[in-house]
Design a protein around this ligand. Structure first.
Ligand code: ADP
Ligand code: MG
Length: 704
């Protein structure tokens, strides 16, 4: 009989508030894992029952030491072990028999290491499932929970200090990044609710903890360090819950590059997640994707302190003109507008300066610049201005910057308006730094970090509403053809069925037939080769453009045939495509592609010569809502071209967005078979004139 069968499943919240903890491999030596775990736990002020386990000792740090988990006379909620790999399974099993709810396995050398490790990891999970117990890790460093006053974590950073309590929840695939983030936060007076290192995520995964943090009232902002996403559906579900709760989720995603992805694999056995696909998913759910830990912490601090406050425009304040200038440049680079002060603000500021005051405000240029005694008043006036959403104070070297910082700090503290302070000097700003820390300000040492944080902040406050894509009226579901590879004509047939415009044309067998078909179409014409063996027609000399009449069409087909026969004798020629020439203002590429993790995605990008130059591509999951399609287009670098090229009419963006929506439904309907589909190019015409697909190819799964 399985004695565990009737037990209630253990949830993450059951283990995040432990009344009794066992430390397996407890030690007094802070040089050892078991020693650091114990020291940090005591330092953080854990008030529950503590059971050190060390078969070689009777007491550890004054606590009775047990020889095994079975000896402990009372229930244990959470156990942590940092013991050699070969003992882990047996120890986990003993924990299960003792009724422990969850075990943190710090030990490394499992699926990230070798096949034997992977097998052992599986065995751990099976054992835990059988005994109704949960596992965190292996290959993790456990939990730091200032909110619930316990630390079960061997990080060296908590030996000398305790983690501060605050509202940032952190889940990290890397223990080192978690320790580093907590240390960085603590050094800057930034507090955390719960921090969890998930390692290989053999049982409980990152999303399980994100779910917990979404429901946790002490967590206001969720930060995660991710190397690879384990289960795409779980990730989507957690993202949706975050959105519904209105809680920001910031992700620092590592392993963007091939080298990074390889490192992530050997670190936490994470499989690479396609970066552009992830960007699309994050955009859809309002998740903020970042790639810098310090900026993530700064953004989170801002979002905790000023929840939901939008930043459309910014005022810059600095003790120097230089500080103003560099900040203005960097904001402009990021398309963050500088606020225009109201007449009221100008009236308050004018007497303090010799001339008119503009944003950025060079406080050093105030009338008695040397003492900068107006710093507080100037900050107050700027922060009170309705046109200012955020004050960016950029401190450069200047006489008396400690006082400057203290005065700025007072004004910032007194205001509910968001602010961000950058301390550019090194040691010269130590006093200023200490002043700002005292007032619990949101500050950093580099403009780069400040701007990354600002852009994350804006991404959150400007996130789109989540919308459920609705199938366009009258759009029937079609079945994909049996073929494995679809040529231009076959793809265009599919596009037509989805209401996507293509240029008129027909396949023909012979050059003579091409002549006849041309007579039924509108000049000028285009002739293309049809061959399964040729996917890039231009390269093979298989595209003839701008043919004026049917004679030219027949001639082009004939010489194309001769040329390809001569140059590519193995290519089987299946005929020609005779079509109408399409004129457009701009060429785009569109496509569908199956991602192993996230399924079918749609892509749009700059086409033609711009494609190689700009590498300008945006990806989103299928199907798309009209709003999501429009958003994709605004994310492209070439977006400004839609407003008109060389002073010309604006282009038909609405038609492009509609085409994307329709294509995304094709992707959705064919999701079980489609591998990829390209339309290169889609010609975009002027407003109200539409857009038209002039090429196409697709690959489908072989039918089994
Ligand atoms: P491939 O990509 O296989 O080389 P395409 O059918 O895309 O062949 O043709 C190559 C280029 O010729 C396109 O990128 C486009 O610029 C132009 N082109 C192709 N078909 C037409 C058409 N019907 N009207 C206008 N231009 C066309
Ligand atoms: Mg093409």
């Amino acid at each position: 009989m399985n004695v565990y069968a009737d037990m209630r499943p253990i949830t993450v919240s059951d283990l995040m508030k432990p009344d009794a903890i066992a430390v397996i491999g407890a030690s007094e030596d802070p040089g050892k894992f078991g020693g650091r775990i114990l020291h940090s736990l005591l330092k953080q002020g854990f008030k529950g029952e503590l059971y050190p386990i060390n078969p070689a000792r009777d007491t550890v740090l004054g606590y009775k030491s047990y020889h095994s988990i079975a000896e402990i006379p009372a229930p244990v909620d959470l156990a942590i072990m940092a013991i050699p790999r070969e003992h882990v399974l047996q120890s986990v099993s003993a924990c299960g028999d003792a009724g422990v709810k969850a075990v943190i396995v710090v030990t490394a050398g499992f699926s990230e290491a070798d096949e034997e490790g992977a097998r052992l990891e599986q065995a751990l999970v099976q054992c835990a499932r059988k005994k109704n117990m949960r596992i965190i890790g292996p290959n993790c460093i456990g939990i730091i929970s200032p909110a619930n006053e316990f630390v079960l974590c061997p990080t060296p950073v908590l030996l000398e200090r305790t983690a501060l309590r605050g509202h940032i929840g952190l889940v990290s695939q890397s223990g080192a990044i978690m320790g580093t983030t907590v240390d960085r936060g603590t050094s800057q007076n930034i507090g955390f609710s719960h921090c969890i290192s998930v390692g290989n995520q053999a049982d409980l995964d990152l999303c399980d903890f994100v779910d917990f943090l979404v429901d946790d009232p002490s967590t206001h902002v969720i930060c995660t360090y991710i190397e690879g996403i384990k289960r795409a559906e779980r990730f989507r579900a957690a993202a949706l819950r975050c959105q519904q709760a209105g809680k920001p989720w910031l992700i620092m995603k590592a392993g963007r590059t091939a080298a990074g992805a390889a490192a992530a694999f050997s670190h936490t056995a994470s499989l690479a997640t396609n970066q552009v696909v992830l960007e699309g998913i994050c955009d859809q759910y309002g998740i903020v994707l970042m790639d810098d830990m310090e900026a993530m912490l700064l953004a989170a601090t801002g979002l905790v302190r000023y929840p939901g406050m939008a930043v459309r425009s910014v005022a810059v304040l600095s003790p120097s003109g230089g500080g103003c200038t560099v900040a203005a440049d960097r904001l402009t680079d990021q398309s963050v507008p500088l606020s225009r002060f109201t007449a009221d603000t100008e009236a308050v500021l004018a007497p303090l300066f010799s001339g008119a005051v503009r944003n950025p405000v060079d406080i050093g240029a105030a009338n008695d610049g040397a003492s900068m005694s107006h710093t507080e008043a100037i900050h107050r006036a700027v922060l009170a201005d309705d046109q200012v959403d955020l004050a960016l104070t950029v401190i450069t070297a200047a006489p008396d910057i400690t006082r400057f910082a203290a005065m700025a700090g007072q004004a910032i503290q007194a205001s509910s308006k968001p602010s961000l302070t950058v301390l550019l000097p090194g040691d010269a700003a130590s006093g200023a730094r200490a002043e700002l820390m005292k007032s619990g300000m949101v500050c950093t040492n580099t403009l780069d970090t400040a701007l990354r944080a600002l852009s994350a902040w804006r991404a959150w406050t400007e996130r789109p509403d989540i919308d459920q894509p609705v199938r366009p009226a009258g759009l029937a579901v079609s079945m994909p053809p049996v073929a494995h590879q679809l040529n231009e004509h076959q793809v265009k047939n599919a596009l037509t069925a989805y209401g996507i415009r293509v240029n008129s044309g027909l396949p023909v067998d012979t050059p003579e037939h091409a002549f006849t078909v041309a007579k039924t179409l509108k000049a000028p014409y285009v002739v293309k080769i049809i061959s399964e063996d040729i996917s890039h027609k231009t390269e093979a000399g298989g595209v003839a453009l701008g043919l004026v009449d049917a004679d030219a069409v027949e001639h082009a087909a004939r010489s194309m045939q001769a040329r390809i026969r001569a140059q590519l004798p193995d290519a089987k020629i299946d005929g020609f495509l005779v079509q109408e020439f399409a004129r457009g203002e701009l060429e785009l590429v569109m496509g569908l592609k199956k991602d192993d993790q996230f399924g079918i995605n749609i892509m749009v990008g700059a086409g033609g010569i711009l494609a190689e130059l700009l590498n300008d591509v945006v990806v989103a999951p299928c199907p798309l809502s009209p709003a999501a399609a429009e958003r994709m287009l605004t994310r492209l670098k070439i977006t400004p071209l839609f407003d008109g090229i060389r002073g010309g009419e604006a282009l038909d963006v609405a038609a492009v967005a509609d085409t994307l929506v329709r294509l995304s439904w094709l992707g959705h309907d064919w999701r079980d078979r489609l591998l990829e589909l390209d339309i290169n190019p889609v010609m975009v015409m002027q407003r109200a004139s539409g857009c038209v697909a002039v090429d196409g190819r697709a690959l489908l799964n072989e039918l089994t």
